[in-house]
Every structure is written in C-alpha cells, then in structure tokens.
Design a protein around this ligand. Structure first.
Ligand code: SF4
Length: 759
C-alpha cells in the first residue's frame, strides 16, 4: 500500500531521494517510466513516438485536490490515474476523478463564446466581441467609481487563480467576490475556529488511528478528502482484529462509510452532537480525564448523563457508555464529524462537541488523532466562502438593482440553491450576467454572455490542498492536451478583462502560466541552497515533472483550550421546518457518491455506475425503512410524492433497511433541467424542496432540517439497478447478529443488524 506520511517524507528528504526542492520536491512517480515524465512544453502534434506520455496535474472534479497522472497518446488524453507522488491521493483516484476524461471529451461542451440575441437564444461570437462587451462594461463602471456593482461568483478555488480573482476585484473596488459551493463545510470550519482557533482544517490521521468515531462524516465517499481518507482507512484495517483499527459510524442513514464500519449506530437526526457530549460526560464522570479544567467540564456537561442522552438520541445508554469507554481505552483514537451531522440548526455546536471528545482523551496533535496543518505555501483565501445567507444577500442586492455585472465561474447556484433563495429571478434583474462555464448548466443557460473556459485538463493552475496532510503541499495543474475547442483558460480570461479595464500595470501578466511562474517564485525562494543554485527554471520543470511540491514544516504543535469554549459547550435539540403532524418524516438529502453536488451528472460513466449502496443507475429514488414501507403498503418502484413546506417531488421508493423509520433519504445530483444530454431530465433534485432553515453561527443552509410527508400515487416504475434484493424475504438465508451490547432490529425482513429505534 503506497503511503506518504510526514515520516516517509522526511525519510525521502534525508536519503537525498529528492534532488530539487523548495523545501523539497516530492519524488517523481515510480508508477510510470521516468523517461516519459516530461512537462508539457512540447505541442501535442509534435509527439509522434507512438508511446504513452504521462503528465502530472491536479484533479478539479471536487475540492479535495488529488494529484493525477494523465496518460496521453499522440496528444490525446487516454486515462487518468492517481499521482503516486502526491501525498493526498498517493496513486489512487475516485470514480469521479477517473471520469474527468468525459468532461474533456464531453459532446455537450461549450465550444466557443456566445451571446444571447434579441430572440433570447444564444449565437456564437468571437472572443474579441465577447471580451470587448464585458471589458467595456467593466471599464465604464470602474471609471465611474461604480466597480462595486460588479460581483464575481466562483466555485471554491485555491491557489493563484484565487489570488487573481482577488486582485481583479480589488481593481474594480468591489468586495463582492464569493466562492460558493453547496457542500462547503462551513460548520466544520467554524467549529474548528471556535475550538482550536485555527482557520484551516486539521489533518485527520485515519491511517494511524485504532478507533474512529465518525459522527455523520461519510469520509469514504464525500467528506473533505475521500481518496486520502480511503487510503488511511485501508491502511488502518491491515492486520488481525486485535491490531487493526476499528471504525464506528453514527448517522441516521447508513452511508458508504457506515457500510464499511465495524459498527453502525443510528441516532436521531441532529442529535449526533448531544451523543458526543454524552460520551464526554461519561469519560469525565468515570475519572478518565484529569486535566486542570476537569471541574469546569463536569459542570458544563452535567445535563448529558447517559440516560438523558439516550432519551434524546435514541441510542441506548449501554451503547453510549460502551463507546465512551472504548474511546478512552483504545489509543490512539479519533472522533470526526460532518456531513448531515453538521447540516442541522445546531451544526457548529455539534462539531465543537466532537472536538471536545478529542480534547478529553488527548488526541490533539497526536499521531492517529488530529494534527494541525501549517499555513499553506500559496493562496488559500477561505474568507470568501459564501454561505447560504451570503448568497441570499447577493440575490437581494440583485433584486434591488445593486448589481450591474455578475461573472460566474464553475458554480451552478440555480441548481444547488433552493428556490426560496430566488436566485433565478435575481439573475433576471442583473443587466449583464457572464458565465465562464465549460457547460450549459442551469445557471449558464440564464447568462447573457458565455466566455467558455477550458476544462482543467487543458488549463494552467495550481492548488494547495485543504485539508492538508500535516505538512505543506502544493501542486501545479498543467495542460495535458491542447485545447479541443475555441475556449480559454479562466485565468487568461480574467487577465484579458483586467487589461481592458486598464489594470495592466497592477496585473501585468500576459497569461495564467506567466502569473503562476511569478507566484511560484516565492515558493522557489523558500528552497534550500541546492534548489536556489539550480535556478527557477530547473525548479519549475521539476515541479511539473513530480506533480507535487512539499516541505517538512508542520503546523502548530502547542494547543491550549480557551476556557470560554468549555463554558459555552452544549448542543440544543435540532430545529426542523414543518410540523411533525403535517410532515412526519425527516428528509435526509445526501451528496451522491457518483455526482457529488450534481456536477458529475453530465458524465455518462457516472450515470451508468451503480450507486454503491443501492446499485441503482440513471435515476433518483427515495430510501425508506422496510417498516415504514410496510405500514404505508409501499414496495420498491412505487412512485410517491414527497412534499415539504416548500415544494414537492415525485420519486420511486427503494426499500433501505439501514435507515431510521422516520427518516427518508434522497441522493443529490440528479434532476437537472439543463447540463447536457446525459444529465438533463433525469431524476429529481431534493435541494428543490429544502426549507430555508439556517445554521445560525455560519448562516449556512441547515440542509438536513426539512420535514416532509409522503403519499402514494398508485403508480410505479421499474428501478434500473444491477443488484437483486438485499433482503432474504423471510427465507432466513442470512443469519445476523448484533454482537455484544448491540440490539438487533426486530424487523423480520431486515438482514442488516441495526440497533432498534422506533422514532
Ligand atoms: S476525491 Fe475524486 S473527484 Fe475529488 S479531487 Fe480526488 S480524485 Fe478528484
């Protein structure tokens, strides 16, 4: 199993295994022949050897920032693999990363600039026409001192493109630079800031932990860095049962991580933090914490006795005390939280409670626990991440006529915001909406001008992964093929617009590649004497060849808890939108492992890839506990109407034993009205019926806080899936046991040992 941790990295450096570094260059990949690892400075048409050529770059299919190696033949990209030298992915990739080729070769890509004409349809224009129209408007606004009427809305980007956006908006004098993604973990950042005083996410050392308690974080599928976590999980699971790591997953609906865990514990939605504090109470009450602040903790947690917490969470008191004792007795241990647990009205408090568990058993700064990351070597700019509230403010400003130009890059808020945000009607109020997207998604379809960007496989860029891996890592994203169409790099478009509004003296770079080299000079300057002696060009070539740069500097090692955190600890019961009488079910929308927040739905490989938990392809479904289905006389394929206080969807039922009876779950990702032939008019988008319930600390959407009702329609469809039935239909084929201390469900048709919870 490949593995690059800090120790391994130091070993490489000490052994001289890295010849050029600033700190140090990571080794070149050993996966592919060294002689073919060359930077892409030779135009593809000049490559006629008939041999594969590999280029190292960065995956941009989700925010994790995995390193990739792309195999090309005669200038065409053929296969994407993980870059063995990149500490995040270490030679591995997820399915979405593999499918990046289908973004490049997608038949529905935007192939040239376009403008909406008088009839409301798009017509092709030249780049000069498009850039002039937008540049002239920006220049006018800036000259008139009205640059603050320009907004730039981008998917979350890091590295020098983020810095370029920052400079561009500063030239306009506009504070309206927003990075928006549906799945940004606002509550996790806020909880870590509150508890640790850190703006960055720490490194969660799954690889070396012996017991992981995950409160809602689907770390093997979608939680912050799934490929890296999968590697850590695999590493931790090596060896006999008494040596390998143990994994416990707490969530109302079994995720992929829950299915891979040793134990899955359903807790009532939104009570995961209360459960964490129940464990914390037991740890202290049993005398297993002896810090100077013990009495303060005991006073703060007085209400969280095992019995009281059992009452609120539905998790038996015996399970709570058993988990708490194991968490103390098994070292090193680690608690993580996120996903649906962070997407409730009490999201930040929940994740603070999870941090408290790590604090009480001494996991902070420890191998197998959580380790603070150092300052990234390049731009991170997390402060511009837009919450749901920030997006509402932008929409409101547009409705009030305060926005003249909106530039949108790579994000699709019309699809990923609930209709209550009124973002679509806000766009209609903006005189000039410019999209830099590569695809005609729901938001781009409403633009006035489209200046289509290259895909990431055709672009220059860089990345400083967040979360990091405990030491500084950076990587350059280089074009692995020449552009297929009449598109341009996002950075190049921004630089061109900057020139047109007279900002050449401040932003003098002719291209993104030139700006990157300028920015990486600073990283080069951090190098040792050997690196500096070889010069920048040698350093740059080595970065491109290796696909990753790193240095051994680690983050904070000293940590002392602010006493105010203890005084403020507590998790209120979650609040839901809709009354329980009218809306008896809690909707659990979850990021699809295939489509993420919907961005992967235009990739045919992802459409035809069976969902890992249900084996369903191509469509949407609602997961329902067998008991619930039995009571409602529903079976697989029955179409039901799901109604929230804010909308309605029609979707087929899938019987899912590992979900609480009062919870129903729908994956996010399908339900597109645009976005190309593979995505359009397929399935439903549960975001469309979410209530605008907020997490109050961050202003983020409490996306797991919507109540719904379910009604049968009398119609049915056949689900497209590869699996047969997951139930033994009373034939007693599969014998199950809950193990010691775990109650086995009494649901006769259930073949998965779930703890019985009745409400
Ligand atoms: S987790 Fe998958 S999609 Fe995300 S960056 Fe890594 S390989 Fe790409």
């Amino acid at each position: 199993m490949p593995n690059i941790d800090r120790r391994e990295f130091l070993k490489l450096v000490g052994a001289g295994g890295v010849s050029v570094g600033a700190g140090f260059m990571l080794r070149e990949s050993t996966k592919h022949p060294r002689e073919y690892l060359i930077p892409h400075v030779v135009a593809p048409e000049d490559i006629s050897s008939g041999l594969s050529t590999w280029y190292n770059s960065v995956c941009s299919m989700c925010p994790a920032g995995c390193g990739i190696s792309v195999r090309t033949r005669e200038g065409r990209a053929k296969k994407i693999e993980g870059n063995l030298s990149h500490p995040v992915s270490q030679g591995r990739l997820c399915a979405l990363g593999q499918a990046g080729l289908q973004a490049l070769y997608n038949p529905d890509r935007l192939t040239a600039p376009m403008r909406r004409n008088g009839e409301g349809t798009f017509e092709e224009i030249t780049w000069e026409q498009g850039l002039k129209q937008v540049g002239d408007r920006l220049d006018l606004l800036r000259a008139a001192g009205r640059g603050n009427r320009v907004a730039l809305l981008t998917t979350g980007v890091r590295g020098h493109l983020a810095q370029l956006f920052e400079s561009f908006m500063r030239q306009l004098g506009s504070p309206r630079l927003l990075h928006y993604d549906y799945d940004h973990p606002h509550t996790l950042y806020a909880a870590n800031q509150q508890f640790f005083g850190e703006d960055r996410l720490p490194y969660y050392d799954l690889q070396n932990t012996r017991l992981l308690l995950s409160f809602g974080a689907d770390y093997l599928s979608n939680w912050i860095s799934p490929v890296h976590h999968s590697l850590g999980f695999g590493e931790s699971r090596q060896g006999p049962a008494d040596v390998r790591g143990r994994f416990v997953q707490i969530e109302p609906r079994m995720s992929i991580s829950g299915a891979a865990a040793d134990e899955w514990i359903p807790a009532r939605p939104g009570t995961e933090g209360i459960l964490a504090l129940g464990l914390a109470h037991h740890i202290i009450a049993e005398g297993n914490y002896s810090g100077a602040d013990r009495d303060a903790w005991m006073a703060a947690l007085a209400d969280y006795t095992a019995d009281a917490v059992a009452e609120q969470t539905g998790v038996p008191a015996t399970t709570i005390t058993r988990l708490a004792d194991s968490f103390v007795d098994t070292a090193p241990s680690l608690a993580i939280g996120g996903g649906s647990a962070g997407n409730h009205s009490n999201g930040v408090d929940t994740l603070v409670a999870v941090n408290a568990l790590n604090y009480l058993v001494g996991n902070i700064g420890q191998e197998g626990g959580l380790v603070f990351n150092p300052e990234p070597a390049g731009p991170a700019l997390q402060q511009h991440q837009a919450s749901y509230s920030t997006m509402l403010e932008l929409a409101e400003a547009a409705h009030h006529g305060e926005i003249d130009v909106l530039i949108i890059n790579g994000t699709n808020p019309v699809f990923t915001l609930p209709p209550t945000a009124e973002f679509e009607s806000a766009l209609a109020q903006i005189p000039l909406v410019v999209s830099l997207s590569s695809f005609l998604d729901e938001t781009t379809a409403l633009a006035d001008v489209i200046l289509p960007s290259h895909t990431y496989l055709e672009s220059w860029g860089d990345d400083f992964p967040e979360p990091g891996v405990g030491f500084s890592v950076g990587a350059v994203s280089q074009p692995v093929v020449s552009p297929l169409y009449n598109t341009r790099g996002t950075g190049d478009i921004i630089l061109d617009l900057a020139r047109r509004m007279g900002s050449s003296s401040v932003m003098p770079w002719q291209s993104m590649e030139e700006f990157l080299k300028y920015g990486w000079q600073r990283i080069y300057q951090r190098g040792d004497s050997q690196t500096l002696a070889q010069g920048f060009d040698a350093f740059w070539t080595s970065v491109l060849k290796a696909g990753a740069w790193g240095e051994t500097k680690s983050g904070n090692t000293a940590f002392s808890l602010n006493p105010d955190v203890i005084a403020g600890i507590g998790v209120a019961p979650p609040e839901f939108s809709g009354s329980e009488d009218d809306y008896p079910f809690i909707l659990h929308p979850y990021l699809s492992p295939n489509f993420h927040d919907g961005r992967g739905a235009n990739l045919p490989w992802m459409q035809e890839l069976p969902d890992p938990m249900t084996s369903i392809m191509y469509g949407s479904w609602v997961e329902m506990n067998p008991l619930t289905a039995q009571q409602m006389e529903l079976s697989e394929g029955d179409l039901v109407d799901i109604q929230s206080p804010h909308g309605q969807l029609r979707v087929p039922v899938f019987i899912y034993p590992a979900i609480m009876p009062n919870v129903i779950a729908i994956p996010i990702g399908q339900g597109h009205g645009e976005y190309g032939r593979y995505a359009k008019d397929r399935g439903v988008n549960p975001i469309q019926i979410l209530s605008p319930q907020l997490e109050p600390v961050t202003g983020s959407l409490a996306s797991s806080a919507t109540r719904v009702n379910v009604s049968a329609t009398g119609k049915r469809v056949k689900l497209v899936k590869t699996g047969g039935t997951s139930r033994d239909l009373g034939r007693n084929i599969i014998q199950t046991t809950g193990g010691s201390g775990v109650e086995v469900s009494s649901v006769s048709s259930n073949s998965i040992p779930i703890t019985e919870v009745t409400s």
